[in-house]
Design a protein around this ligand. Structure first.
Ligand SMILES: [Mg+2]
Length: 328
């Protein structure tokens, strides 16, 4: 059997890139996409360069609209879902099997595929850019953790010139690097960039003198298991090239389906509100039918923006479906 090899393909600044497909005037401008509660959930590179953090609430950054030409858009999830589907079907052509990991990320099994994998990846990257309009980066490694890390390197090398060797920008195949070059790249990457290493564990590791990915990859497995957990031990094994996390190419059905949206301005007419609620209900039902699921209750809620100074309003109702559906 061929030794495992994975790619992780990830859309750059995905929601912002989706908006730019239909509004090219947003190119090269600082852009953020805001969630329902008015926090930045996607930032263009130009917005990142302004120092806007992920999750920053709009009221704290809105002054940059005036000073830096920052553009804020409210999230349009049906659009992102549609472009995601198109991107994913093109990306599937990279290898044998695909695990859709999130709206803009998928792992692809490259085990046993011969030839120049960087070239092959570049073809897919160009195709996604041309046919869908979304720029993406591709990382390749012997394990999913290494593929994820390679993707981070590909993205960072492109966004911050000088951070990594320029040839790793956009597409980075860690498995093809000479050991010394590979170690240099791991040594240049802070430990918190590793998939599954959260802020708390990163702080503990740093206290113990483990600062870079290379430091973590060289840790003694028994020590990791004793001082941290078997979960972190698995991560270290994956960094060492031992594949422990398998590809999941069938997505589990959703137990809950949500369809929510914030409005650009306050909605005060009942007619507008009921139109929005029925539209979202039909969209949620569409998602439910797609997974051939059944619902036993429906929750509807409305609320005012938590960032407005006026008194808040919030109501919700749970409607059981009657009679409860049964599987035919
Ligand atoms: Mg992304």
């Amino acid at each position: 059997m061929a030794s495992p090899l994975y790619a992780l393909v990830d859309g750059n600044n995905f929601y912002v890139s989706c908006e730019r497909v239909f509004r090219p005037s947003l190119n090269a401008k600082p852009v953020v996409v805001l969630s329902n509660d008015g926090c930045a959930i996607a930032r263009s590179n130009e917005a990142k360069a302004l120092g806007i953090a992920m999750g920053a609430p709009w009221f704290k950054i809105r002054h940059m609209a005036e000073s830096n030409g920052l553009v804020a858009l409210s999230a349009n999830f049906p659009l992102y879902g549609d472009l995601s589907d198109r991107m994913m079907s093109l990306v599937a052509g990279l290898g044998h099997r695909q695990e859709i990991y999130s709206i803009d990320e998928s792992f692809v099994d490259l085990s046993g595929i011969r030839g120049d994998l960087v070239k092959r990846s570049r073809v897919i990257r160009e195709r996604v850019l041309q046919w869908v309009g979304i720029p993406c980066c591709i990382g390749i490694g012997q394990t999913k953790t290494l593929a994820k890390l390679a993707n981070h390197i590909a993205k960072t090398a492109e966004r911050k010139p000088g951070s990594y060797p320029v040839e790793l920008a956009q597409i980075c195949n860690l498995a093809a690097l000479e050991p010394t070059a590979r170690d240099a790249v791991l040594a240049a990457t802070p430990v918190e960039e590793v998939w599954g290493v959260g802020r708390r564990i990163a702080a503990q590791l740093k206290e113990g003198g483990i600062h870079t990915v290379l430091d973590l990859a060289r840790m003694d497995l028994a020590t990791v298991r004793q001082r941290w957990s078997v979960v972190l031990e698995r991560t270290v094994r994956e960094l060492q090239g031992q594949s422990c996390v398998v590809l999941q190419d069938t997505a589990p059905d959703k137990q809950e389906i949500a369809c929510t949206r914030s409005f650009g301005r306050p909605v005060t007419a009942l007619e507008d509100l009921s139109e929005a609620v029925s539209e979202f209900a039909s969209r949620a039902a569409e998602k439910l039918r797609r997974q051939e699921g059944l619902a036993n209750q429906v929750l509807t809620f409305v609320r005012t923006s938590p960032f407005r100074p006026d008194p808040q309003y919030s109501r919700s109702i749970v409607v059981p479906t009657s009679p409860p559906p049964t599987v035919r």
